[in-house]
Design a protein around this ligand. Structure first.
Ligand SMILES: NC(=O)c1ccc[n+]([C@@H]2O[C@H](COP(=O)([O-])OP(=O)(O)OC[C@H]3O[C@@H](n4cnc5c(N)ncnc54)[C@H](OP(=O)(O)O)[C@@H]3O)[C@@H](O)[C@H]2O)c1
Length: 273
């Protein structure tokens, strides 16, 4: 089913993983800039509370769609549900994500398969579903949330996390070129450590809390930079000066010392307790 035009001229942003962290902040930023929202995640209560919050604060409408994106049918169902509600998506934010801590060999394949589904397949499939409509209407903004980790060599533990984020960066770069004549801007957002629930879910909050404060950014800062970057048509944004320096070092330093550096970084290797 194709998407029907919106009845108002207000633009609508669909945000996955809007129930917490960076996704919630991105929802607030798009609402602040006058967008209606489609909020997607598993926790309905969080999404309903956010929908109410943006209505009161910014006077925008927010639709809630509860979905477990690990379900391979979820992207298509989401696209069809949006069409059935006659909502036209002008901006897509692929944000939902997490890591599977521990060494690859010690984890269940079902957990790794779910990570690939949520952080690789869903990101690609939602771009594939919503991108053509945006191009046909000559307007679209897509933020794919990657990570600084996607620019660094792989570390032990959390094995598919950095790999999935590298995928997201490369795919976003390609899509931004493919859509450059359609007024559809695609941005890979690459934050470093950001305050959110991410490390609570991963079970390594105590360890990462010991990292220096200078490494951390607030979610609202990351979200505002993401919004500006996609509106400016930047294909990739790495948040914060220090994270840019780290990504630059990873590009210019010989690979052996970089890998040695990553070998000391075992934070993701700790299994979830
Ligand atoms: N925080 C960081 O340091 C950091 C750094 C770089 C990149 N990132 C990236 O930023 C993005 C957002 O992470 P965050 O830091 O904001 O973490 P967070 O606070 O834990 O939020 C993660 C969001 O993803 C949703 N989600 C997870 N699994 C899902 C599933 N199966 N189906 C639907 N929604 C799902 C969660 O919603 P429900 O649980 O309600 O479903 C939640 O809204 C991720 O892609 C992450 O990789 C984070």
């Amino acid at each position: 089913m194709d998407q029907a035009p919106n009845s108002t001229k207000r633009r609508t942003a669909l945000i996955t993983g809007a129930s917490a962290g960076i996704g919630r902040e991105l929802a607030l930023v798009f609402a602040h800039h006058g967008h209606d929202l489609v909020l997607v995640a598993r926790r309905a209560d969080r999404l309903e509370a956010l929908a109410q919050e943006v209505k009161v604060k910014f006077g925008v409408k927010a639709h809630v769609i509860v979905a477990d994106l690990a379900d391979p049918a979820a992207p298509r169902k989401l696209f069809d549900e949006v069409a059935a509600r006659h909502i036209m998506i002008d901006a897509l934010v692929n944000n939902a994500g997490y890591t599977v801590p521990g060494f690859f060999r010690d984890t269940k394949w079902s957990d790794q398969a779910a990570l690939i589904q949520v952080m690789v397949t869903v990101v690609a499939e939602l771009c594939h579903l919503f991108g053509p409509g945006m191009a046909a209407r000559n307007y679209g903004r897509i933020i794919n949330v990657a990570s600084l980790a996607g620019h660094l060599p792989g570390a032990a533990g959390g094995t598919l996390y950095a790999a999935s984020k590298s995928f997201v960066i490369k795919m976003s770069e390609s899509l931004s070129l493919e859509y450059q004549n359609n007024n559809v801007y695609v941005t890979a957002l690459c934050p470093g450590f950001t305050y959110s629930e991410f490390h609570d879910v991963a079970g390594n909050r105590a360890e990462v809390s010991k990292f220096p404060k200078i490494l951390w950014m607030d979610g609202d800062v990351v979200a505002n930079q993401a919004y500006d970057a996609v509106m400016d048509g930047k294909a990739v944004i790495i948040n914060g000066r220090l994270n840019n320096v780290l990504a630059w070092l990873a590009r210019v330093l010989p690979q052996v010392p970089m890998r040695n550096l990553m070998a000391r970084n075992q934070r993701n290797a700790k299994a979830k307790t």
